[in-house]
Design a protein around this ligand. Structure first.
Ligand SMILES: Cc1ncc(COP(=O)(O)O)c(C=O)c1O
Length: 442
């Protein structure tokens, strides 16, 4: 080893951590060194209950044997195959399994390595499709305030999180945003879909009137906005977006990076809400978060629009070195097998009822201004400390970690999304720990 700080174990300086308060972390690090099923093990030997499925991704729980064995086997058999102009059987098998699982009509899949790459892929497919069918003037993309679509330039352009956008210049041009659907004044403490706000979908009509439909390629939304604090749409909202898109020849893209793979108690959010998009973006739960992989589903109509011209030519100029990597494909197949064997893609529907009651028992607890839930997702919104937004929720996060529960916070919202193998006693532990913390917090 080279002499110097880099050879010192646990020197925390070199790694510039993502979406992390680096200086705070490095003063008082929180390190995981192991994981099994519902729990992490910390470097000081404590068990921490995973209330967030890692980052909304470890849907089947940690270190599941089918998945870890499939990865090890694949790594020893075929480690890598070129993604362009070459294939390997597992990636085709995974694509077939995925389209079988997806809502009817989404029958083609492209692979990526993350949610952010899936978003960029979907936006590019949408623009290129419009051009391919002779609608090249449709170049605008419509997102939504408080939407999160990863961190790349397309994603932050259609996304609506100010902190993720404001440092990075003018972003993509020709983007507009619908309003978000979060309305505490009318919908606080809703169970499942909140009652008010379906008319917010009509804002899309207003945007179409402003720009003209002939300039708009696609609308992108998360069925349930996750990263900005679990914003659940009112009944009929997504259906109305679908109708408006159909009326105007606009593609509808669902970003299901969080809602995909069982989070809402159905395989996809599209199933939960009974609305099928033209393009569906996934990642995270696709491989149980174990190996980076994303998948973008498209309708046959979109795929077929590109399948013309001389057969020796590439139809769509896009792809990644690691698209459909053999080890990721093996992990994906084993993950789908685990979900199937254990009924995890619908488990959130039954467990969701216990989850809902448990979370809503926090109504009336100090600082709590809203509790909301859907499937196995929940959010507890806290009154911010005057002049110090996010501080109270962050203090809750640190305290929960110390008390053995991993939660996630975004702004002053605690977002919860346990692995889909969660049992009632785990839910009780999460809720009781939070109740204790909230009572003691400033
Ligand atoms: C809806 C949504 N889209 C995209 C992303 C980005 O995924 P990744 O972090 O894998 O790039 C996320 C991540 O949380 C997400 O929630």
């Amino acid at each position: 080893m080279v002499e110097g700080s880099s050879s010192i174990p646990n020197d925390l300086n070199a790694f510039w951590m993502p979406f992390t308060a680096n200086r705070q972390f490095k003063k008082n690090p929180r390190m995981f060194v192991g994981a099994k099923d519902m729990h992490y093990t910390t470097s000081d030997g404590r068990q921490v209950l995973d209330g967030t499925a890692g980052l909304w991704c470890v849907n089947a729980g940690h270190c599941r044997p089918l998945i870890t064995e499939a990865i090890a086997k694949q790594a020893g058999e075929l480690d890598y195959a070129p993604a362009f102009q070459m294939g390997h059987p597992k990636v085709f098998e995974l694509a077939n399994r995925l389209v079988d699982l997806a809502p009817e009509g989404l029958d083609h899949v492209m692979f990526t390595n993350s949610g952010s790459e899936s978003v960029e892929t979907a936006l590019k497919v949408a623009l290129a499709y419009q051009k391919a069918i002779g609608q090249g003037s449709r170049t605008r993309l419509i997102g939504r305030e408080r939407g999160y679509h990863g961190v790349n330039f397309g994603g932050i352009s259609v996304g609506g999180i100010v902190a993720n956008r404001k440092m990075f210049g003018t972003l993509l041009t020709g983007v507009d945003h619908m309003p978000h659907t979060h309305n505490l004044a009318k919908n606080a403490f809703s169970r499942g879909e909140p009652q008010h706000g379906v008319e917010l979908a009509d804002e899309l009509e207003r945007i179409v009137t402003l720009h003209d439909a002939s300039t708009i390629a696609a609308v992108i939304v998360e069925p349930v906005a996750g990263s900005t604090g679990v914003l659940i749409p009112p009944p009929g909202y997504l259906k109305r977006l679908r109708e408006i898109c159909d009326k105007h020849g606009i593609l509808l893209i669902f970003d299901e990076v969080i809602t995909g793979f069982g989070r809402l108690g159905t395989p996809f959010g599209a199933d939960y809400f009974g609305v099928t998009p033209d393009i569906m973006i996934t990642a995270k739960g696709l491989t149980n978060g174990v190996i980076p992989m994303g998948a973008v589903f498209t309708s046959g109509k979109i795929h077929d629009a590109f399948m013309s011209g001389p057969e020796h030519l590439i139809e769509f100029f896009h792809g990644y070195t690691y698209s459909g990597n053999p080890i990721a494909a093996a992990a994906g197949l084993a993950t789908l097998e685990t979900y199937k064997e254990e009924g995890l893609l619908t488990r959130g529907a039954e467990m969701g009822r216990y989850w809902e009651d448990a979370l809503h028992s926090l109504k009336g607890t100090r600082h709590v201004i809203d509790v909301r839930n859907i499937g196995l997702v929940g959010a507890i919104e806290l009154e911010p400390i005057a002049g110090a937004p996010t501080k109270r929720a962050f203090a809750a996060f640190v305290k929960a970690y110390e008390m053995g529960v991993l939660i996630r916070t975004t702004g002053d919202i605690i977002a919860l999304s346990p692995p889909l193998i969660v049992e009632k006693e785990h839910i009780d532990t999460i809720v009781e720990t939070l109740a204790d913390i909230l009572k003691s917090l400033e």
